[in-house]
Design a protein around this ligand. Structure first.
Ligand code: PAF
Length: 282
């Protein structure tokens, strides 16, 4: 595996692969890699001739400077994992390399980016669109892989791809969980032992809510019931729980209102001061 630190070298590698007609799988990450990232990389490895993984903590998508400062950075371990997974190129640029000039682009992301994470974290999705569009322009992937834990992010990236006219396939990959149900996240390392013991209740309560749907409860009431059940757990505090159309990200009143992709319940919960997100398909 080659570690690439410059845009120039990435462009050389990509031009060479493209000229040979090779397919390129891109796995964009912010590092602090875990088994969830591993599953994305393994899928990319199985489906493409060349695999590029980017490791870059993108400052423009952090609306909270403290979150950016304390975001886990584990470059050496990340590169070891990527090498083990058979990645061809780890693209690990500096902030200066990615943003020699400040990126002032504002994307018209529309309604998918206005709700939930978009409402709670102003500017976050515009920052995601900035970095992902830049990575797509440089790596020219045939396919790009994203985890469904950040379900809304995938909808936003699809919108950015449409706006920018990128010719590539977005491949959503299922959430990977700990054996007790906690969705893997780079932020899990920040959980205290008590918070870590409480956090799996989020997934447990989401799963239990499938029974409420089976009993005929409609989305709005179900969302309120689940949020209340989460808040009843000591140490958990719901920021939002919304049941939305899986394509448009807009809240639905009735299950029949969901389009072809169905409905998804998206939750953000504070657990011992750590902001965790998760979701479930209905
Ligand atoms: O999901 C993430 O890790 C990041 O938002 C991404 C897509 C790598 C962009 O920085």
């Amino acid at each position: 595996m080659e570690i690439i630190r410059t845009v120039k070298r990435l462009e050389e590698v990509v031009d060479d692969a493209r000229s040979k007609g090779l397919s390129i799988g891109l796995v964009p990450t912010m590092g602090a890699l875990h088994a969830g990232h591993r599953s994305l990389v393994e899928r990319a490895r199985a489906e493409n001739d060349i695999v590029i993984t980017s490791v870059f903590v993108n400052p423009t998508q952090f609306n909270n400077p403290e979150d950016l400062r304390t975001y886990p950075r584990t470059e050496e371990a990340d590169c070891r994992m990527l090498e083990e997974c058979g990645v061809d190129y780890a693209f690990v640029p500096s902030v200066q390399e990615m943003y020699p000039e400040p990126d002032t682009r504002v994307f018209d992301l529309g309604p998918v980016a206005e709700v939930m994470e978009g409402a709670m974290r102003p500017g976050h999705f515009n920052g995601v669109a900035q970095i992902v569009s830049r990575l797509f322009a440089l790596a020219k992937p045939t396919r790009a892989y994203f985890g469904e834990k950040d379900f809304q992010q995938i909808a936003v990236i699809r919108r950015m791809v449409e706006l920018e006219g990128f010719d590539l396939e977005i491949v959503p990959c299922p959430i990977v969980r700990e054996s007790d149900g906690l969705a893997l996240s780079s932020r899990n390392v920040r959980l205290s032992p008590e918070a870590r013991a409480t956090a799996p209740k989020i997934h447990y309560l989401l799963e239990q809510s499938l029974n409420l749907k089976a009993d005929g409860m409609q989305p709005k009431e179900l969302a309120a019931t689940v949020a209340a059940a989460i808040d009843d757990v000591e140490g958990l505090e719901t920021e939002y729980y919304s049941i939305v159309d899986a394509e448009t990200m807009q809240p639905i009143d009735r299950w029949e209102d969901a389009g072809v992709l169905g409905a998804v319940g998206c939750v953000t919960v504070f657990c011992g001061g750590v902001r965790l997100i998760d979701n479930i398909r209905y």
